[in-house]
Design a binder for this molecule. Sequence first.
Ligand code: SF4
Ligand code: SF4
Length: 297
Amino acid sequence: METEGIYTDIKPFAVHDGPGIRTTLFLKGCPLRCIWCHNPETIHREPELELTASRCILCGKCAEVCPRHRIENGIHCMDRAGCTACGKCAEACPSGALQICGQKITVAEAFRILTADRMFYETSGGGVTLSGGEPLLQPEFCAELFRKLHESGIHTALDTCGNVSWRNFERVLPWTDLVLFDVKGIDPEVHRKCTGSANGVILENLRKLDAQGISLEIRMPLMPGWNDSEEDIRKAGEFFARFRNGPVRVRLLACHDLARSKYAAIGAPDTMPHGVSLARIPGIAKMLSRYPVRIMN
Ligand code: SF4
Ligand code: SF4
């Protein structure tokens, strides 16, 4: 049987997910629960129903196929309890307001789609990025797909939160040209508050990647008041200073709340803090410049 992955989206012409022009495949399922998650639809591994209320034309077709939908006083209402994400209502919906998020895809199909823009990769120094969610929760799919891409000369980048078994990295690394590694906090308590998980496995995996000389770009999402204090930045700088292969390339990511509507679409509690961190980036870059890092912004 062909190896399959489960994904939420394929984004062509991506310019923030590694060098050059890329296509990014977003895989579904993540071991972390970051409060600021910009892709909450990728957290759970299983398919789920997305409702974009602004697209609803109140036709009532969904209510004809499933009792979880109803039109009440001119408003579309939905009871998500017991929804199996069977997709019947999405099939009936004429406006695209209802969609199933999370589709299966084979390696061969993903390879066909992802190589369509090969010409742009070649002229821009780009390639393919696997993101999510956490791609390494689907290691067989990632390894097979990256092997095929790598063997056909396409640059491969893996965007990971790092919170997986080292064995999963080992499956994929032989065909990975660049690892984009998220660092959300060095202090274990700060990390737990921001993501719901400890960071021991993450930092250990990062040390191993550095020890093996893997091409790395660290990505630091910064949320005001959560992980961007002077103490947080000092700890990050001291951690990077112990890398064998410096200077460490670091990209600082300003958090925003543009993805807030995605939480409502999947019926998930909105955990995003308010506030953006763009104005803090230059100051944080200056603080980090005391350490052997190269800021990529
Ligand atoms: S996905 Fe299936 S179970 Fe869920 S609301 Fe739609 S029709 Fe009903
Ligand atoms: S089928 Fe779609 S457009 Fe019609 S009421 Fe249901 S969600 Fe709205």
